[in-house]
Write a protein that binds this ligand. Sequence first.
Ligand code: NAD
Ligand code: TYD
Length: 370
Amino acid sequence: MAKSHVYRFIGMDDSSMKKILVTGGAGFIGSEVVRQFIRETPHSVVNVDKLTYSGNLESLKEVSGDPRYSFEHADICDGKALASIFERHEPDCVMHLAAESHVDRSISGPSEFIQTNVLGTYTLLEAARSYWQNLREEKKAQFRFHHISTDEVYGSLGENGLFTEETPYQPNSPYSASKASSDHLVRAWHHTYGLPVVTTNCSNNYGPYHFPEKLIPLIILNAVNGKPLPVYGRGENVRDWLYVEDHARALRLVLEKGKAGETYNIGGRCEKTNLEVVQTICAILDEVFPSRAPHASLISFVADRPGHDYRYAIDASKIERELGWLPEESFDSGIRKTVRWYLDNPEWVNHVTSGAYRIWIAEHYERGHS
Ligand code: NAD
Ligand code: TYD
């Protein structure tokens, strides 16, 4: 990471360290947010995570020994546990990333999505509100509840147009409907109770530490293992890709400078059809992992996802204009880094694919901890 990325909260010098409560910090995006905070700022982080199948403490090895990092193994649906965490840690702000995040899982089993994304967000909002109400004035005024959401709440685009912050919500999958519900709850907690919230809606992320059920890591790992590369339908659906480090930088900026009550769209202006993405990964692997070339021969068109949204594309001009954010990676540079990362990190990959990364939880419970 270049020195120019080193970041400070505006109006705060290094002596005014903040404590940030991050939910879902063991997940793909949350772990990047946590790693950036510990690496690039003087602030401390409390990571609240239930460690579902997609939560992985191995993604946090780099920061786990840092005195500014602490971990709370808790479910955001557990109000008592949250109250105790707020009381013990006294955070200055909350970044809420914990969620069930995979559309295909939401289609085969929506229940967990309603539980965590809707009821969990409600429970977290209530815990945050009762903590915030009792803060002294200065800390109360600076408090932020930053809700991290998705562009999928806006529904599906045709060939033209972009999602803006004013686009009406029209979620189509159980996942996007649960995220839309949580966005509405967050908005209402601001409007009704004055809780200082800010919401961001981001396009598809990719990069290191991504659980290999999502398109990009799945294709990379299947390709290097000579397995079929499943492309839904004809591969014509379009997603707007953003490198995860750029998303995390945007989130930190919004936390710092975003106006309470506002929402900000985040996206990389980087639309690709799924087939283009898969072919690009295959071409990179042909270069850097030539033993199985041509990888594109593994492409396999499979049954389409039910209700598959055709196209997502973000108009990010508000965050660019008002907060001065711009992504630093192009798709070409980001996807090359991503492929390289999966090739260079066989231990992380093997532990995820074998399930060994979950041994921590089993051991923890065997020792009788709650
Ligand atoms: P992820 O599935 O990789 O991580 C989710 C994390 O939340 C995991 O660590 C999991 O253990 C934790 N978690 C799940 N249920 C929990 C519960 N009940 N209590 C506490 N922790 C719980 O997801 P991600 O891709 O990192 O996404 C993070 C957030 O960003 C989500 O809110 C998602 O909707 C949003 N988002 C994701 C993308 C994307 O492309 N991945 C794009 C835009 C927005
Ligand atoms: P995904 O990574 O699941 O993200 P999302 O559904 O949130 O956009 O899927 C990205 C796109 O890739 C989406 O259009 C579905 C498609 N896809 C495939 O074609 N094959 C796959 O195996 C997967 C997981 C997704």
